[in-house]
Design a protein around this ligand. Structure first.
Ligand code: FAD
Length: 502
């Protein structure tokens, strides 16, 4: 059995999964001097050639994770969603009537419903494959290992390292493991247990079809303005949205179609679909939408959309293993923010691993406890917001797909949804990400201090007790103690003495 041996005694963190979240996280850890290895089951990085859009919070998170990530985004041809609007520097999401033909003299006319301001460079679209390609270039050889499917994790060894086993028979020892292995995560089993009902993906009854269309062709059917700027054409039980990518040379188009049936167990969730399927779904829609669908290729990928809405995880961590991105909170895509939420996770984890490294530089034996604390803090900071997204995305789909859009008597009622759409969107786009970083650092600091104080206050604490202080930070935080730094220093000194004495 081959083994990938760690070369030194640095903080070694293994990331499982080389999707967007795993790669961005790896960049953040590498920047903070963590000895990171990323293991991807596939033989290479081949994202589908479809687009993805990142909101302002995700973009700001990338900047804080590593400016190299922003560099990769721009080199991959990212373009603001409203770049073509010369009269206004801000980006907007725009919703229009995709279904009705309200003007008998012009069947192509579409009622403009609403626009929500995402701010300056508040949303950028990029091709997934090109972004991944640029991200991979950030790493020196050896950091990313392909063809490594994780099969097992166990904690063992004198210093309680995590031992990872891969399908190819190799193993790897790490101080901590972060599962970024998507909705069908294998790491999740280790965190929540094999028999837990949590983490079971549910079918959202939505199928999505994605394709890229050359800009000139899209302009031919939509006109210059509409083709170059994000528009979401909504109607009963479906919607179709598009935005520019690849330096505005291509338009990313995604159609979301309601499916009343269940998804058979075991059936692959990514399939080849056909343009005819999409045509059938939009048969009665405004001709502007139908003409766009006519530009789809004969055959294109279709994704059955699953999420973790019905069975959310009760926690994202266990000991020195935690989950991020879709592995923790896979969401349906109606906010266009699933990857963005994973990038927020990556920022939180990058900051925490930096804190662990800094706080244990002189005391490597304390690393295990510090890592456990860090992952507890991560769970506390990230879980509520990321699970809210999963919930809110389902709600956005219901609002987009109302039957009322097809009923003139209900049009006004249907349009009242946009106040809610705005509130939900702003919660994502205008999040105080710097505040999250401060909260993360402060919570980690308090928790680490709490561990030290507890040790000193215990009358007969032994070295074994100290190392067993791998306890949940939640217990410590529940006390809500504030400790001044002079006291902390003497407590740290006292604990060091206890270790030496015993
Ligand atoms: C139609 C659609 C449109 C979307 N649009 C947007 C958008 O505009 N903006 C946005 O922010 N989000 C969007 N999303 C959501 C976004 O695509 C996901 O949230 C994001 O890609 C998840 O990234 P991830 O790295 O967490 O997981 P994944 O991309 O699923 O990556 C997981 C990786 O782990 C690997 N892996 C799995 N198991 C193992 C194992 N045992 N060992 C080793 N490797 C393993 C996989 O091969 C894979 O490479 C959209 C989603 C859909 C379906």
């Amino acid at each position: 059995m081959g083994s990938i041996a760690p070369e030194d005694d640095s903080l070694r963190v293994a990331i499982i999964g080389g999707g967007i979240v795993g790669l961005v996280l790896a960049a953040g850890l590498a920047r903070r001097q963590v000895n990171v290895r990323l293991f991807e089951q596939a033989q290479g990085f081949r994202e589908v050639g479809a687009g993805i859009a990142f909101n302002a919070t995700a973009i700001r998170s990338m900047e804080l994770i590593d400016p190299g990530v922003i560099g990769a985004l721009r080199l991959a041809g990212a373009v603001p969603l409203s770049a073509a609007d010369e009269d206004d520097p801000n980006d907007y999401l725009r919703w229009i009537d995709g279904y009705n033909q309200r003007d008998p003299d012009n069947p192509y006319s579409q009622k403009f419903y609403y626009k929500a301001c995402a701010g300056y460079r508040g949303f950028e679209g990029v091709r997934r494959d090109q972004f991944l390609e640029e991200l991979v270039k950030l790493f020196p050889p050896g950091v990313i290992q392909c063809g490594k499917r994780l099969e097992n994790i166990e904690q063992r060894g004198s210093d309680d390292k995590m031992l990872l086993s891969f399908r190819d028979g190799t193993t790897f020892e790490a101080d901590a493991v972060i599962g970024c292995d998507g909705i069908k995560s294998s790491t999740r089993e280790f965190v929540i247990g094999k028999d837990s009902p949590a983490g079971e993906p549910s079918y959202t009854h939505i199928n999505s079809y994605r394709t890229l269309i050359p800009m000139d062709k899209a302009i031919g059917v939509l006109g210059e303005y509409k083709a170059r700027i994000f528009h979401n054409h909504i109607g009963p039980r479906a919607n179709l949205l598009h935005y520019p990518v690849a330096e505005s040379t291509m338009v990313n188009v995604t159609a979301f179609v309601h499916d009343p049936d269940d998804w058979p167990a075991g059936k692959p969730t990514t399939l080849m679909g056909s343009r005819d399927d999409v045509r059938a779904a939009f048969r009665d829609w405004n001709p502007a939408v139908r003409d766009l669908v006519d530009l789809f290729p004969d055959q294109l990928h279709m994704w059955a959309v699953f999420d973790l809405w019905e069975y959310p995880l009760p926690f994202y961590n266990r000991g020195r293993v935690c989950l991020a991105g879709d592995a923790a909170h896979a969401t349906s895509p109606h906010h266009g923010a699933g990857a963005g939420m994973g990038i927020e996770d990556a920022l939180c984890l990058s900051v925490l691993m930096g804190e662990v490294l800094a706080s244990t530089r002189r005391d490597r034996a304390a690393r295990g406890a510090a890592l456990t604390t860090a992952f507890d803090v991560y769970d506390k900071v990230r879980r509520t917001r990321s699970q809210w997204l999963v919930n809110s995305s389902r709600r956005m789909c219901d609002l987009h797909h109302q039957d009322d859009w097809a009923n003139p008597a209900k049009w006004l009622k249907a349009e009242t949804c946009f106040e809610e759409v705005k509130d939900r969107s702003h919660k994502i786009w205008y999040y105080d990400i710097a505040g999250m970083v401060m909260d993360t650092i402060e919570t980690f600091g308090k928790a680490a201090d709490g561990r030290v104080q507890d040790a000193v206050l215990a009358k007969d604490v032994s070295a074994k007790d100290v190392s067993a202080m791998d306890v949940s930070v939640k217990d410590v935080l529940a006390k809500d103690e504030s400790i001044n730094s002079l006291a902390i220093n003497s407590l740290v000194a006292a604990v060091s003495e206890i270790r030496v004495d015993s």
